[in-house]
Design a protein around this ligand. Structure first.
Ligand code: ADP
Length: 261
């Protein structure tokens, strides 16, 4: 399956955010989206999800325009982990994970035992099953984030769009998410993930898309796209890209080390 952006221009009625974006995400592929704050990552994701109408161009899911998919069918294939989470009612964490099953239920049907088991399994996978009966609004930001990821996994989608899923997580939970993304890749999911850390792209063996200056500046293999020059241009900092041994991969793993003068 493929999610394809064809010459898409996106933004808001009075503000164009990104112009002429062309990108393809296949199942089994991970793309990390890099770009400084305000560069358009969230706007890109909301446009892909049909939350924001496109200014021009077309987004295709399996060859069919996203706006022609019914919301329910689309949600069976594409799940979203948003940045902001506010739930007005005191649901338990398991209830929140169960919301992920909604797209698979017929209208007015309640979740069945099977749906509950799937939601529980997703929480176990993320090692947050101990939070099952806790009230979502009383969880820490990081715990809430993990529950939202469990909700998206319970949706059993073909594509997962994650907007900075690690931003409020401690170091251990960040690594858990990275491991989970790698597992999803091996299960043939397509993952599009915004991150502030180029190292996450290395850890996920991901391709990289860079949004900068109102356009998709480059998209491709991390070794080609993540360069010291790109990091300086985009983030305005000096970074050395080093290769370390013992970090995974035959030739070692790359890491980005900022130069603190
Ligand atoms: P990122 O996710 O990369 O931090 P965003 O996609 O949130 O960036 O924002 C991209 C640009 O769009 C920013 O300049 C932001 O101020 C602007 N923007 C975000 N939401 C709106 C909105 N509802 N109306 C107009 N402009 C917006």
């Amino acid at each position: 399956m493929t999610l394809e952006l064809k010459n898409v221009t996106l933004g808001y009625p009075k503000k164009t955010v990104l112009k002429h974006v062309c990108m393809e995400l296949h199942t089994g592929q991970t793309i990390c989206v890099l770009g400084k704050n305000g560069s358009g990552k969230t706007t890109l994701f909301k446009s892909i999800l049909g939350i924001l109408p496109l200014l021009s161009g077309e987004i295709l899911l399996n060859g069919k325009s996203v706006c022609r998919w019914s919301r329910r069918k689309f949600a069976r294939l594409v799940a979203y982990v948003p940045q902001a989470r506010s739930l007005p009612f005191p649901f338990t964490a398991l209830d929140v994970a169960l919301f992920g099953r909604t797209a698979h239920l017929s209208a007015f049907a309640l979740p069945a035992r099977k749906d509950r088991l799937i939601a529980e399994e997703c929480m176990e996978k993320l090692r947050i099953d101990h939070l099952k009966n806790r009230i979502f609004t009383q969880l820490s930001g990081g715990e809430q984030q993990m529950v939202i990821v469990a909700r998206a996994l319970a949706q059993q989608p073909a594509f997962l769009v994650m907007d900075e899923p690690t931003s409020s997580l401690d170091f251990g939970n960040q690594i858990k998410i990275i491991r989970q993304v790698n597992e999803l890749k091996s299960e043939s999911l397509g993952v599009l993930m915004a991150t502030h850390s180029p190292d996450h792209a290395y850890m996920c063996g991901a391709d990289v898309a860079v949004v900068h200056g109102g356009e998709l500046r480059s998209c491709g293999h991390s070794s080609r796209v993540i360069t010291e020059k790109m990091l300086r241009d985009v983030y305005g900092v000096d970074v050395r890209i080093l290769t370390i041994s013992g970090g995974g991969g035959e030739d070692g793993r790359k890491i980005c080390m900022p130069i603190i003068a």
